[in-house]
Design a protein around this ligand. Structure first.
Ligand SMILES: CC(C)(COP(=O)(O)OP(=O)(O)OC[C@H]1O[C@@H](n2cnc3c(N)ncnc32)[C@H](O)[C@@H]1OP(=O)(O)O)[C@@H](O)C(=O)NCCC(=O)NCCS
Length: 305
């Protein structure tokens, strides 16, 4: 019998086992060659699948979710934990609105294909309704699109990661030195890898594996052309001369001054280029002002609740 319930911190070890069961081959983080799992340290394990690969990092991750009021759910079969889904509660302005973002869904490899993924999504719908959220969103890997179609998700917003060179003079923004929480009343419109609150977590991570904590992160706030903005840059893990850019701003404000500001801030920080995940419909306007080189496409899917 399958039951679904909210996760607690005590589930960290069992959640880690579920995620690790789906790793076919462990790889060394530096050579990227197959390796014996036993040779990997915490960072090496993290590299193979994220925070869930060790109980130590999984517990910190889970603790962060629970402390911030998000919704990790677990599935149990006869009392054994066999699946996990993580829903982030987002309350952003349009077009996103109040919604739950499904960031992670994993079923133990021995339990896949038995309706457990469906049950965790149906439970997410129930929680979304109870929380006044109008939708579930997710960003499926292309090979998982069939599963999400089956569960009545549909493609909604397309974003393209574009690389731009640096340049320009630095805008008059204030450096934010303390984490005051994700900006209220503004939407994450650049750098929306997953959802708004996860963009914030990228800039203010709770996880402190030394290799990741060492990445440079900067956040600024203030006004550009009288528009309130919060901007962030994070050094790329593999290419420390480049940064990823993030921008929160009102839904209808133009992205052009924001992209200009991110380029200038990247210049001041000594980067050679900055990668920006941009809404596809903003590209015609931005291309008239900046040279943008295509990197990859990210699709956000939606299921109305
Ligand atoms: C993808 C995953 C979450 C699906 O969960 P699951 O419990 O195996 O799926 P379910 O048994 O609930 O399947 C629900 C429906 O989707 C269909 N389905 C499952 N996987 C599918 C796929 N890859 N493509 C198309 N349809 C799929 C099933 O046939 C089923 O259809 P039905 O209800 O009409 O019979 C699970 O297989 C998994 O954990 N995979 C590895 C980790 C992963 O890739 N996670 C997703 C990204 S975070």
């Amino acid at each position: 019998m399958i039951t679904i319930r909210p996760a607690t911190l005590a589930d960290a070890a069992a959640i880690s086992i579920v995620h690790c069961s789906t790793v076919d081959e462990w790889r060394d983080p530096y050579t990227r060659q197959p390796t014996d799992e036993a040779t990997l340290n915490l960072f090496g394990r993290w590299y193979n699948g994220g925070d869930w690969m060790s109980v130590e990092t999984c517990a910190i991750h889970l603790n962060g979710l629970l402390l911030h009021g998000h919704l990790p759910l677990v599935a149990e079969a006869n009392g054994v934990l066999v699946g996990e889904a993580e829903y982030y509660v987002n309350r952003e302005p349009a077009p996103f609105g109040p919604h739950l973002h499904l960031s992670v869904l994993y079923i133990h490899k021995d339990w896949q294909g038995q309706g457990i993924g469906r049950a965790l999504i149906e439970a997410g719908v129930g929680h979304a309704r109870a929380l006044g959220c109008h939708a579930l969103t997710t960003q499926p890997e292309p090979e998982m699109a069939g599963f999400y179609q089956r569960l009545d998700f549909q493609p909604w917003l397309r974003a393209k990661e574009m690389q731009t060179t640096i340049g320009g003079t630095s805008p008059l923004l204030t450096h934010l030195s303390q984490n005051s929480g994700p900006p209220e009343h503004l939407a994450l419109r650049i750098g929306r890898y997953q959802c708004g609150v996860q963009g914030w977590e990228t800039l203010w991570p709770s996880l402190a594996i030394p290799e990741l904590a060492a990445l440079r992160r900067n956040v600024w706030h203030g006004k550009l052309d009288e528009i309130p903005v919060v901007l962030g840059l994070r050094e790329q893990f593999r290419t420390p001369t480049q940064a990823d850019g993030y921008a929160w701003l009102p839904p209808s404000a133009s992205l052009t001054p924001v992209v200009a500001a991110l380029r200038s801030l990247a210049t001041c920080e000594g980067y050679s280029a900055v990668d920006l995940l941009l809404p596809e419909d903003s590209l015609p306007e931005l291309r008239t002002a900046f040279k943008l080189d295509y990197q990859t496409t990210v699709d956000l899917w939606i299921k109305k609740t």
